[in-house]
Write a protein of this length. Structure first.
Length: 476
């Protein structure tokens, strides 16, 4: 896969006297021939694939790879990994294209004389989701032996994103261009969002895209064409989707897009993209652990201030105003329940509770939803965690009682408007109902490691009472 955006060590400096990259050769008549999206050059009496540099020099993939490896040996760990990855991709490109160069110019055709530098055809990125029932992300060699992938590569189309058909077979998810994709998200607006491993020129994926090019793109499944959402930040904060955090890209009712990114100064920013314009909602000294976007554009965030260590839960209004909801702790999870209110787990000192923010009133509910402390402490709550954690129940229900219900692994809202969660940490979760009542459903899985909701049913994976792994279907 050719991601020339990775080759940041080879920035070409425009000066009055141009210095070619080490290993590049000056173009002479008959030594370069254009192919579909790349060039073949005659190097030491052998035709090899590569690219033209400044229309004067031919840079073979192998020479460029050698330069990258030399640069990697003197670079920092992060840069070294990036450069080695680029070198590996150039080796893959060489293997793919070398057979197309081995014969030099076309058979029976005269050797071309380069009087004007030939311009290769552009290689725009276009996805193809026809017949797909799912998508899979793998390394550059994912299913490379399949005929469908080989055919796509021959046409200059390749990525590490594959589409899965109803028979489980993998094939290329692009029909034009090349892309190295880091993450993808199938969003509620039925579009696909892809985070590229490196900056990518969407109109010509074989182009040199350092310092420009797209990092985050929105793909319309109907046309397969990507539209760039983000190109000027350093990176995007894409949290592990298996964690209780909310999706890294979220939307309001208008379709505006919200996401976290690092700007060129390394600062964390919360960005909103709408109508072709980007707005930074948070730019101060803050680390955002989680965020939740409401339909009206209100954003609830939780995190801390690195300079002071202060932890908080805050609200950003649709107009951009910021207000603290809690100033002494983190929201261990942020979820909207069927009543339209925001519920968040909270723990500081002896206060282990689940509280809720009421968007209609723009304030915290005075009554806690779940509380550990009794009402004699001055805290009124709809439910208490203590009945589930008395005596021997504490250890039996450790997933819930270990944090008194303030942490969850995942959640699911049924068609009936009930909310079920796997409460706790890691593989020691406990199935609990959090809305409209606090209850403990009875299931054969005693320690939940995975929970997937489907309509009014839950697919639950984990350990049973005999510490054996089981998978069960629970009808709520």
């Amino acid at each position: 896969m050719r991601r020339l955006a990775l080759l940041i060590s080879l920035t070409l400096v425009s000066t009055s006297t141009y210095a070619a990259p080490k290993g590049a050769i000056r173009v002479k008549d008959g030594q370069v021939v254009a192919r579909e999206g790349f060039y073949c050059g005659l190097v030491r009496k052998k035709w090899v694939p590569g690219r033209l540099v400044k229309n004067k020099f031919f840079y073979s993939h192998l020479a460029e790879r050698k330069a990258l490896l030399a640069k990697a040996s003197k670079s920092s760990r992060r840069a070294k990994a990036r450069l080695k990855r680029a070198a590996k991709e150039l080796l893959v490109l060489h293997a793919e294209r070398a057979p197309l160069c081995s014969g030099g110019p076309s058979v029976n055709a005269p050797t071309p004389t380069i009087t004007a530098t030939p311009t290769p055809s552009r290689n725009p990125l276009v996805f193809d989701f026809a017949g797909a029932v799912g998508l899979a992300l793998g390394g550059p060699s994912t299913n490379s032996a399949t005929s469908g992938v080989k055919a796509a590569r021959a046409l200059g189309a390749f990525s590490n994103l594959k589409k899965v058909d109803s028979s489980g077979h993998l094939s290329e998810a692009v029909k034009s261009g090349r892309a190295s994709i880091s993450r993808f998200l199938i969003a509620p607006n039925n579009k696909l969002y892809v985070l590229f491993q490196n900056r990518t020129d969407l109109e010509d994926t074989d182009a040199y895209a350092y310092g420009s090019g797209c990092l985050l793109a929105e793909v319309d499944p109907a046309t397969g064409r990507p539209a760039c959402i983000e190109s000027d930040v350093q990176s995007l904060e894409w949290s592990n989707t298996s964690s209780p955090r909310n999706r890294p890209i979220q939307f309001d009712a208008t379709g505006a897009i919200y996401y976290l990114a690092r700007n060129t100064d390394g600062k964390l920013v919360l960005r909103k993209y709408w109508g072709g314009a980007t707005t930074d909602l948070i730019t101060d000294n803050a680390y955002i652990q989680d965020m939740l976007v409401l339909p009206d554009g209100t954003v609830v965030i939780t995190g801390y201030t690195p300079s002071t260590g202060a932890q908080w839960v805050r609200r950003i209004s649709p107009s951009g105003s910021l207000r603290n909801l809690v100033t002494s702790g983190l929201g261990n999870f942020l979820k909207m329940f069927p009543d339209g209110n925001i519920y968040f787990g909270f723990s500081v000192g002896d206060d282990w509770s689940v509280r809720r923010y009421l968007p209609a009133l723009d304030q915290l509910d005075d009554q806690y939803w779940i509380a550990r402390l009794t009402e004699s402490s001055g805290i009124s709550s709809a439910f208490r965690s203590e009945p589930f954690c008395k005596g021997t129940l504490f250890q039996a229900n450790i997933g819930f009682c270990g944090s008194f219900g303030t942490r969850i692994i995942t959640s699911h809202e049924t068609l009936n408007g009930d909310v079920f969660v796997a409460a706790g940490f890691g593989a020691d979760g406990l199935l609990m109902q959090y809305y409209p009542v606090l209850a403990q459903p009875q299931t054969a899985v005693k320690k939940v490691s995975g929970l997937l909701g489907l309509l009014n049913q839950l697919v639950i994976a984990g350990l049973n009472a005999d510490n054996r792994y089981i998978l069960t279907l629970y009808d709520t």
